[in-house]
Design a protein around this ligand. Sequence first.
Ligand SMILES: [Zn+2]
Length: 163
Amino acid sequence: MNKIDVSEVKLRYSMKDILERLGIEINKKGFICCPFHNEKTPSLKIYEHSYFCFGCGTGGDVIDFVKHYLNLTFPEAIEYLGGASLSFSEQRKIMNRKRDYDKAKSEEQERKQKYDALMDKWIRLDRQRKEFAPVSQFEQPHEKFIEAIKELPLIEHELDNLK
Ligand SMILES: [Zn+2]
């Protein structure tokens, strides 16, 4: 890490500079959609050298923002903000790391959604299995019961694979 005065870095860059560099647009009221929690209406207020989210309570200075947004360590964030001292390939490396991180995060979310959907299906079929179970051995099994006992193991197998 280069010898950079941290407080100098904080003052050298405004939040606007940083957001511009990251390609994030600020609305007319000075808010952005918070990248740190899920939201559709912007509730993260941008100040000259700091930010605060009224939705999730996240806040800090330019370094904190860069650190969290790009998922960097403190020295890396300082380095990123150092700008001039950072070569293009180094900047790209940092951006790539951010992209990989985002990708892993969205894959995880996708997996969770799939798991939840399968779980819902399993619960529904399990209920169906109990509800339509034959009462005596002479009774012809209900087609919904057959469907349930056929599909439940398949879903269980898929759930196992998602773990
Ligand atoms: Zn937030």
